[in-house]
Design a protein around this ligand. Structure first.
Ligand SMILES: *Cc1c(COP(=O)(O)O)cnc(C)c1O
Length: 301
């Protein structure tokens, strides 16, 4: 699937003499959007080849990966199980738009405490899952594995070789690794982590075949799914000026950071930048519920 690039025009870009194009991976599908489609693609092929009947995966309450896996499972005839972080959701998952959507697409939930979730890769936990659900094709949290990275390599196509810099948001780093592998060696790939943590570097090194990449770690806004009024205002303002919808967990932080770097002359004049819109827009409803509870401004949709 080839997705178009859209050049955006902003006074800041003109002043600084850089160009910014956005690859609209968010247009792939409203639910299996952006990188989650890319990450699932070859895993679904593998699961089919293995004659598996179900997919099992892990995620939090707003996870785009959970939403995408549920939908893709239904579409391709797999049962799906979501191991969800947060026991407290057991009785109120139906208030959560992401989980409601996943359930509508047939996903069964297994709610676990944060502690149990942290131990999800232990043998004891795996044995418990297997006892309860039988054999499933297991996708890791965030969907990143070798096949997911291979899928993300397809985000870039031949025409993208002309850009100097490629940027994306980073959760597990699978998307970044795919972009690095598909990039030309003269290109620089910048990842903007949406969360705090040094573990990312090593995770990405496992999958990235080149070292023309770097993490920009100053724009996580306090951690995963942490947002503030400034970020919401930025996302709304960006939409008003470009008509492109962002969500604050990943792409809002990416574009906030990228435009901030541009304003601080991080890039030479004449630099052409391609930023990947990795999608995730299904999460906005849930995010707005959260923002409302915290008396913060809401995202315009
Ligand atoms: C999952 C996700 C990411 C992070 O992708 P990784 O491959 O885990 O780094 C970025 N943007 C959006 C919208 C996502 O849903």
């Amino acid at each position: 699937m080839k997705v178009s690039n859209e050049e955006i025009l902003l006074p800041l870009l003109e002043t600084k003499g850089v160009t910014l194009s956005i690859k609209r991976e968010d247009t792939i599908h409203p639910l299996i959007s952006g990188n989650k489609y890319r990450k699932l693609k070859y895993n679904l092929t593998r699961a089919t080849a293995q004659e598996q009947t179900g997919l099992l995966t892990f995620g939090g309450a707003y996870s785009n990966h959970i939403a995408a896996t549920a939908y893709a499972g239904k579409l391709h005839g797999f049962e799906t199980v979501g191991v969800i972080r947060g026991e407290e959701l057991k009785n109120k998952w139906s208030q959560n738009p992401t989980l409601r959507l996943a359930k509508e697409h047939g996903m069964q939930f297994y709610f676990v405490s944060r502690e149990a979730y942290r131990n999800r890769n232990t043998l004891a936990f795996k044995t418990r899952l297997k006892k309860q659900y039988g054999d499933f094709y297991v996708l890791p949290e965030g969907g990143t594995n070798t096949l997911a990275v291979k899928g993300c390599e397809e985000i870039l196509n031949d025409q993208d070789g002309g850009f100097d810099v490629i940027c994306c948001s980073v959760g597990t780093g699978g998307t970044l690794a795919g972009l690095v592998n598909a990039s030309r060696s003269h290109q620089r790939v910048l990842g903007f982590p949406a969360l705090k943590g040094d573990f990312l570097l090593n995770d990405i090194r496992k999958f990235a075949q080149k070292d023309n990449w770097q993490l920009i770690s100053d724009y996580h806004f306090g951690g995963y799914a942490k947002v503030n009024a400034e970020l919401v205002h930025f996302s709304n303002d960006f939409k008003e000026k470009t008509t492109i919808q962002l969500e604050p967990i990943y792409t809002g932080k990416l574009f906030y950071g990228l435009l901030d770097l541009i304003s601080k002359d991080f890039f030479d004049r004449g630099t052409s930048i391609l930023a990947i819109h990795t999608g995730g827009l299904q999460g906005i409803k849930g995010m707005n519920q959260l923002l409302k509870k915290k008396n913060l401004p809401l995202l315009n949709i």
